[in-house]
Design a binder for this molecule. Sequence first.
Ligand SMILES: Cc1cc2nc3c(=O)[nH]c(=O)nc-3n(C[C@H](O)[C@H](O)[C@H](O)COP(=O)(O)OP(=O)(O)OC[C@H]3O[C@@H](n4cnc5c(N)ncnc54)[C@H](O)[C@@H]3O)c2cc1C
Length: 529
Amino acid sequence: MSGLWTRGYRDEVWSQLKGGSGAQKWDLVVIGGGITGAGILGEAARHGIKALLVEGQDFASGTSSRSTKLVHGGLRYLRQGQFLVTRKSVKERERLMAEGKGLVDPLGFSLAAFPGDQMPKWMYGVGLAMYDALAWKWAHEAQSKAEIIARIPPLMSSAVQGGYRYFDAQTDDARLVIRVLREAVRHGGTAINYVRADKLLRTKDGKVRGVVLKDMAPDGTSRTAEVEAKVVISATGAWADELRGELGHAKRLRKIRGSHLTFRADRLPLPEAVSLLHPRDQRAVFAIPWEGVTILGTTDVDHGELTDEPAISQAETEYLLEAATKAFPSYDLTEKDVISTWSGVRPVIDTGKADPSKESREHAIWKEDGLLTISGGKLTTFVVMARDALAAVEQELGELGPRTRIFDEGPDEVAWPSSLDEAGRARLMGRFGIEVSEIVGGDLARPIDGSIALWSELRHAARTEAVVTLSDLLLRRVRLGLLLPNAGLDQIAKIRAIAQPELGWDDAKWEREVVDYKKTWKKAYSSPT
Ligand SMILES: Cc1cc2nc3c(=O)[nH]c(=O)nc-3n(C[C@H](O)[C@H](O)[C@H](O)COP(=O)(O)OP(=O)(O)OC[C@H]3O[C@@H](n4cnc5c(N)ncnc54)[C@H](O)[C@@H]3O)c2cc1C
């Protein structure tokens, strides 16, 4: 077997999937390579279950690379009385921060109160006291007008009246998925991207006994394989009704789109995050510093069918800019300042509420004809979700042992280059864990212009992170398409010099990939003008 996810790994996995006497026997097939599937593969592998994960597109290409990137209890869910979700989430947030330093980090929030807000300031105080109490900590404080402006200067010209400061955490969602998946593979799991579960295999009495897999790699030879397993879990997020539909079950999910705008940090410089109520509908909206840019999000609108990459609408753009104008009026932010956008589709369990924001964010598990489906929930609670899913198939797979670490420990010693400060080192350790030494050596351990990511991260991704398309590389492994103006294309020559040889693409393939990447970016990640 070649190295972890290096060139050629897909062929090697396919050879294990083919039928015949040499075929692997699987305990578990997990369908879907977002955070939910990754978490399940991780828990399964750590407990000795022989498991295969298949992802129809790229790892994390569904909702798990398009979130707001918070690891949080969800203060707004508390407002809706969803105490259980909040309690579970704050506990997980604390665990993730403790083990995943550099990948899941604390983030200060200033909750800004404005005239006209339908929530009185004292109520924020009560909510935050509850929020902290659920995490067994006391980390929030009231802020006067002068204090909040001193902390977040861009609020200066607004009508802010003061507010509260509290703490949550943030991550890089796609990198979180990659770290969980890679460690799952190190523990004996198998994960392959661009392989779709095309059809369910069933016994004569209708029970799911496996899946028909289809290779979806853009240039791949057309191959299929039938794979049997004791258990099949669908962790297909917003797509979960498709496989359930194949079994004849009625749809359960409501697909709700949330969109984000990003600005260069020098256009909207925020030392910490700001949370405010939208003037139109009083929903909470966040402005968040992340990886050197400022994110503004999110919306909550019904999405309809998932036929294409979700993308922000003009109405959502205007809605978010309206919130920016309330909080930072002197910054005059317009569509022209937006460097990138992204939209994710949240699978929530449909209870028919008129307002999409009022639907519960709790996850759901259905066991139907031998297929276990898990959908809904949050990035933050992926370990809880994984364990709930595996507990529901205990009869078939045996009792799951006690919970272990979420992430493996990093190496004891790393030869850090002197150019990297403490935060830079933590960031790399959080993203790469035990593999961090592969990133820090050599002359590519320097930042990509305009970004805090290093050129060596790009090389590592191209070499060993299962990159099949240029979009995988630039949107999800190293997130230049979100973080740099013009989709990062101003640096495409340097990107090519490093990535093309690692990927083994000839010139024609490289050029086709650039065209496809531009199309994808324009359709689903570009600024609206
Ligand atoms: C706008 C927005 C903001 C959010 N912000 C946050 C946040 O800040 N913090 C937080 O904790 N949570 C947040 N969430 C929630 C969180 O992002 C999701 O709950 C989580 O990413 C869902 O992960 P998943 O693995 O279940 O689904 P996905 O990530 O969508 O993964 C499902 C995967 O299944 C694959 N798939 C589908 N059908 C098949 C098939 N037949 N064969 C093979 N593969 C298949 C898809 O390609 C997809 O990659 C947010 C959600 C949205 C929409």
